[in-house]
Every structure is written in C-alpha cells, then in structure tokens.
Design a protein around this ligand. Sequence first.
Ligand code: FES
Ligand SMILES: [Fe+2]
Length: 409
Amino acid sequence: MRDERRIRDCLDTWRPGHTLPQEFYTDPEFYAFDVEAIFGESWLMVGFEVELPKPGAYLALTIGRTPIVVLRDRTGSIRGFFNSCRHRGAQICPDGHGKATRLSCPYHQWTYELDGSLMRARLMDDDFDPSDHALVPIHVETVAGAIYVCLSETPPDFAAFRADLEPMLAPFRLRETKLVHEVTLVEKANWKLVMENGRECYHCAACHPELGVSFPVGITPKFAQEEGERQRAYCERMEANGLEVGPRDGPWWQCARFPLNEGMISMSRDGKPAVAKPLIDIDGGDLGSFRFATEPHNFTHCLGDYVFSFSAYPVGPEETHVVGKWLVREDAVEGIDYDLARLMETWDVTNRQDRDLAEMNQRGVNGRGYRPGPYSPEGEAFVLRFIDWYVSRVRTRVGGPTLRVAEVA
Ligand code: FES
Ligand SMILES: [Fe+2]
C-alpha cells in the first residue's frame, strides 16, 4: 500500500470551491491512487448491450492496469470477468470488440466457457481441479441497454441510480439501436482535467462554434436548465409526450432532459436531424437532449435521432483515453437514412477541441506558476459537484473532513 498520508496531507491544503493542488493532476502516486480508489471502486459505463449482439460477442478494455472483458453468455445475459488467465495470468482477449464461442488464452490455450468456467487445460496433473480456476467475475449491471461494471468486491449501491435512469432512458429503446462509430482520442492530460472540462460549458461559447449551433452554450449553471417561458413550454410538451424532464440527481449521477437552441432538432451542423429514422418517433425527434452523466468518467447525450456517449479512461498521470460512441436505430441504413460523416462531425470536432483544451490545461497546471483557482459557481456547477464527489471519495480512503460546496439533490 502506498503512503496515503502524502495524499491526505496534500488534500488538507485544498480549499473547497477551488481546483486541486498540483500533485492531484501530475503525480504518479496520486494517479495510482485514483486508478485504485476511484476507478476501482466506482460503477463505470463501458458501453451498450447492442455492442454484444450474440452469445460470445465480447468487449475487452483496460481500466488503469486491469484488463477486463464483458460478454454475452449462452443464455443471453451480460457478464464480466477480469481478463487475466488463471494459468499464468496472461491477458486472454485483446482489447476491443470480438467474438468467440469460448475464451481461449493465446499463451497455452487454457479454454474457458462463456460463464467463466475452465473447460480445458492440457497436461495438468490428476489432482488439478478446473473448478478452482474459473475466470474471476466482476460486477455487471445493465440499465435500459447501457452497461455498467464495477471492479470492486463491494460496489456502491446501484438501485437508486437505476431507479432514476431507467425510466428516462427506456424511451430511447437502446436495445434496438446499433453502434455505428467509435473513436478513441489519446489526450495528454490527467483524467480529472478531462472530466472537469467535460462537466462545464463555461468554455463552450468561445471554444465550440460547431456545438454552439444547436447546444445552448450560453446557458448556465447546469447546462441548459434555464427558467422562463420557453423552458416551461418545453417541459409541458415533453410531459404531454410522457417524457420526464428531470433533473434526477444522486451522489454520482445526473439525469436531465433539456431543449436545444430555438428551432434545432439535433446536434448537427445545421440542427436538422442527422438520421432520418428517429429513436423516438414523436414530433419528428424534436425532443431536445436527454443527458445522463456518471462519476467518474462518462456523459451521454440521447437526441431524438442518435446517441453520443463519452467515457474517459486514465492511462497515466498525464494521459487519458476518451472513447466516443455513436448509436442510431438498428434499421437505419448508412447512405440512405444517415451520412456517417454528418452524424459524427459535431461531437467529433467538439471532442478534439476539448482534447486540446485539456492538454492546454495540463501544460499550465504543470508549471511552477500554478496556483489552485476558484471555479465559477454559476458556470462550473457540475465541476464543483465532480470535485466534491472526488474529494469525498478520496476522504473515505485517507480520512479527514469532507467539505462540500455544490449541492446534491
Ligand atoms: S497463461 Fe493462459 S494458458 Fe498459460
Ligand atoms: Fe467542451
């Protein structure tokens, strides 16, 4: 166990409402702590059930230094395992999507059933018991088509989150969609800088002209929950259609629907739908965006016509991989119902701009001149929540007082 007193001492110098001390964004020990204490103990949104269409379809990915694999088993259930062979520990499935009738380790071909049980291991003694050497399972939950995993043996409670997200996400029928595009951006920035940037739109008006066409970049504090006649009319129209506006918030999640800019139906270059076949066939898909976000690493926008999901994975003290995924209705045909370049361009260009911002942030934070600065309570309300949540998670490990600035419903 590393010396957590260093982390505690450093956190004791933190002022609530301010960015973190430098070490939290730069130091390898602090990074290793985050991987273990934050990413190892939280529910992580790793993808969608439609990425695993048939038994044997898998998605392998690495959380910090821990490879995992999520798959659909022969009964159709989604399961997850540590992706480490029970022989000598090799990574079994390469990272990415794949399909296999059984999981066979490339090293010495120990072979596992899709339920994790070891079915074949050559040249072992008679007293070798395969049942002692099944793959180690991880916790998996699915909500209305989204997949969450937790590496901890004692995951945080999931039920309250499910109760909030399920009714708001279900109308999009994500199990009847398909993944049509995925991009991984390598960002030379600490994962917290990536997420702080992703939790605010204080920067959006100046930095995201393409997003600003449809996204209400000027509205604060919680993205787009403005007051006034337009918001009231939007809420009435959504509720008349049986679509709850929210927000529904918990300690590590936020779920809310909000209107796009006047006259805009989707997040696209001109605000028109990017997919001819809507996910929800009401008002031509003119439903604003349903945004759900979970700490530590995800936000997802569900529009009338497509879904865009963003998940950040820490790779090093100053490196993060951001995985972006785009989903459309499963019967939408590329070239007829949607043009892929047009579908992806708004979020793709926005993510690249955000990468540049996070890297610029990291460079400045690395300098001797860095001093923790105050967040805007109005413009960075969700960043304050993120930082409060992060600090409280760190405090549960290292001890000391938790001081909150942001309110959590
Ligand atoms: S390490 Fe997997 S079979 Fe040897
Ligand atoms: Fe941004």
